[in-house]
Ligand binder design. Structure first.
Ligand SMILES: [Zn+2]
Length: 428
């Protein structure tokens, strides 16, 4: 039993926002109210802290199996716990690809003793090769919560159309990595001022927008649900806004890097700022913020993409794309959107917990009595400096090292157990 005393409880799912105690018993939220008591409960003084549902990160690369020098399920979930993330949805671009019930069983086994819950995506196509569809019903039965070929855009409109019909029948959503592969090749940066300055070929915004428009139209035509991963451009936001107005079953996520950074970061940080889709322009960044504010963008995910120091110290053109994000996402979001007055805390928690849980159909993202006790306590105003050497992740590839952020995770509780405690509170 744990009793959280005098926290500011913010739960967008139930509309709760006020100072209360939370009693956690048998892994569930047992009671929320004033001046609760429970004999034998561990009491955590949460005065001055916010208590919110554990965050749900719907876009994470755990690299396990196959690339465990970058990350594995143990290190990735430890990183999640440090970041306040209690539900991790992991992408299937591993080795082997998660395209079978057998591969899903491996994930479930490896995640059994993880500090937070893991919800795997299954691949859309066998081997993520874009040729033949996987068996969606079998993947769902084996525990896949959604489908994606993330990392490899589904280039064939015909295959995507068939996938959406099959996904509709199996009740799963497809998360789409929208970039026209032929247009972006293996280019390192946005096509624009920075690519020009560096004399490199760039990844044009239109390569993303064409695919967003295609998938919105296919979702409309098939009546299936589609989710757009890591939205990075102004026109993508506009296409999604219009599709929603037309009643299309479309949802979308963005990531902290797209509302905090622009392509200029590549000039300062080189390979560390290389990510797919690439960092864009200030106009794009502002449109992403607007999309978060007006509900066009439903969720904030990290696209946590660990790579080794050796890989990321290669020249810009040879380094792999991606950055880690689990241990900085809440603080980056609070710093960029809450402490600037752009979003209320309840909106941020909806974007990072309630909404992604709803999109994936997870039993998570809520503090309702009876729910699984995934709770995060954070100090909204505490400042700290990102120190990558302290990450629980195996990887260090962040462009945010040395950055001062405001908002710090103090405790992460997963299924009623303390999964992480900030050292100043006496550790775990
Ligand atoms: Zn992706």
């Amino acid at each position: 039993m744990i009793l959280l005393r005098s926290a500011r409880v913010i739960d967008p799912d139930s509309g709760l926002d006020g100072v209360f105690d939370i009693l956690i018993r048998d892994g569930k939220i047992a009671e929320i109210g004033e001046a609760l008591s429970a004999d034998g409960a561990r009491i955590i003084d949460a005065h001055g802290l916010c208590a919110v549902p554990g965050l749900v990160d719907m876009h994470v690369h755990l690299r396990d199996p196959g690339y465990t020098y970058k990350e594995d399920i143990a290190s990735g979930t430890a990183a999640a716990a440090r970041g306040g993330v209690t539900s991790v949805a992991c992408m299937p671009n591993t080795k082997p690809v998660i395209d079978s019930a057998e591969a899903l069983r491996y994930i479930a086994g490896a995640a059994e003793h993880a500090p937070v819950r893991v919800f795997p995506y299954g691949a859309v196509s066998l081997g993520q090769s874009g040729n033949a569809l996987t068996d969606f019903a079998a993947l769902k039965a084996a525990g896949a919560v959604a489908l994606s070929d993330d990392g490899n855009p589904v280039m064939s409109a015909q295959l995507m159309r068939r996938a959406l019909v099959a996904a509709r029948e199996s009740g799963l959503v497809i998360s789409s990595h929208c970039e026209d592969a032929e247009m972006v090749r293996n280019y390192a940066v946005n096509d624009g001022a920075v690519s020009l300055k560096l004399g490199l070929n760039g990844r044009p915004a239109i390569a993303e927008e064409l695919m967003v428009a295609r998938d919105a139209m296919l979702a409309q035509e098939t009546g299936a649900r589609v989710h757009i991963a890591h939205v990075s451009t102004a026109r993508s936001v506009e296409i999604i806004r219009r599709a929603k107005a037309d009643g299309v079953a479309i949802t979308a996520e963005t990531c902290p890097q797209y509302f905090t950074l622009t392509e200029d970061e590549v000039l300062a940080q080189g390979s560390l700022a290389r990510v797919n889709p690439p960092l864009r322009t200030e106009a794009d960044r502002l449109a992403i913020v607007a999309g978060l504010r007006d509900g066009t963008l439903d969720a904030i995910a990290t696209d946590h993409a660990p790579h080794s120091v050796e890989e990321k110290s290669r020249p810009l053109e040879d380094a792999p794309s991606g950055m880690v994000g689990l241990e900085t996402s809440l603080a980056l979001t609070l710093t960029a959107l809450y402490h600037t007055g752009l979003l209320a805390l309840t909106d941020i928690i909806r974007l990072m917990a309630a909404a992604p849980a709803r999109i994936l159909g997870l039993d998570a993202g809520t503090l309702r009595v009876g729910a699984i006790a995934d709770v995060v306590l954070f100090a909204p105003d505490e400042t700290w400096t990102v120190e990558p050497s302290l990450f629980a992740s195996k990887s260090r590839n962040t462009p945010f090292g040395g950055r001062q952020l405001r908002g710090k995770v103090k405790y992460t509780i997963s299924r009623g157990k303390i999964a992480y405690a900030d050292n100043e509170n006496g550790g775990k």
